[in-house]
Design a protein around this ligand. Structure first.
Ligand code: ZN
Length: 256
């Protein structure tokens, strides 16, 4: 299982999804869906990675290049809350308490969104799944839809992430952002454009960042191992300029 190639495991995923037997029938199902036709489907991309690894940036590039929507569960929840739906009201009580919204609420919201017409050719999941349980329920959902996902993991060394996140400083006047380690202002702690004293956002403080990175290790790492065990994880070096990361993602998607 561990040595199974990604292509084979994607075929297996689809086979299980459709109940098709034999490699040939799995292939004929694969072909029209992924290769042929004017309305070519792009597929589902699950973008995983620790906070600060550049998931949003890469989601934006993927959506621009392939015209498929980005699905962010955070945005979905906020939208449900704004519209005052039953699910939204329930989810809101968890969010207000700073707790993770349970899957029993999240899953129907996600399923509803993924059934919208703009998701028909494919979509990008940014920041989901966050846990092993979510990875498993996402698999169940995508199998029902017959859509095997590409699982991309952006890898960045923890020490570098820590500096990227805690080194961030913002100019409160013009919103320009700096990094004291990698992109410092010319004069210490002053904005290059207007000389305003730079500030650190509360979310970028060391203890907050440590907590976020710890949570990622504890909650999300098991989901990553789950995909890796099945030979479905595509690792991309996230520790390089965004356009290089994007290039690596594209070439790995093309070879799947
Ligand atoms: Zn400024």
């Amino acid at each position: 299982m561990q040595r199974e190639s990604r292509k084979v495991s994607r075929r297996r995923f689809l086979k299980e999804a459709t109940g098709a037997v034999g490699a040939a029938s799995a292939l004929t199902i694969l072909k029209p869906r992924w290769v042929r036709g004017a309305e070519k489907e792009f597929g589902v991309v699950v973008l995983l990675g620790p906070p600060g690894a550049g998931k949003s940036e890469q989601s934006r590039r993927l959506t621009a290049r392939h015209s498929i929507p980005i699905i962010s569960t955070g945005d979905l929840l906020r939208d449900q809350v704004r519209r005052g739906t039953q699910l939204g009201l329930q989810a809101d009580t968890y969010m207000k308490a700073g707790q993770l919204v349970p899957d029993s609420l999240m899953n129907p919201i996600l399923e509803d969104r993924l059934s919208q017409p703009d998701c028909a050719r494919g979509f990008i999941l940014d920041g989901y799944p966050r846990t092993l349980a979510q990875a498993e329920s996402l698999d169940a959902l995508l199998k029902r839809k017959g859509l095997p996902p590409h699982i991309i993991l952006l890898e960045v060394p923890t020490e570098r992430l820590f500096k990227l996140l805690t080194g961030r400083r913002i100019c409160p006047r013009c919103n320009r952002s700096y990094n004291i380690y990698f992109q410092p202002p010319q004069k210490e702690n002053l904005c290059d454009a207007d000389g305003t004293t730079l500030v650190q956002r509360p979310d970028d403080k060391e203890e907050v960042i440590r907590r976020r990175l710890d949570t990622y290790q504890k909650e999300t790492q098991p989901a990553i191992e789950y995909y890796a065990r099945q030979g479905r994880l595509v690792r991309v070096n996230g520790d390089q300029p965004p356009e290089k990361v994007a290039g690596e993602i594209e070439s790995k998607l093309a070879s799947q």
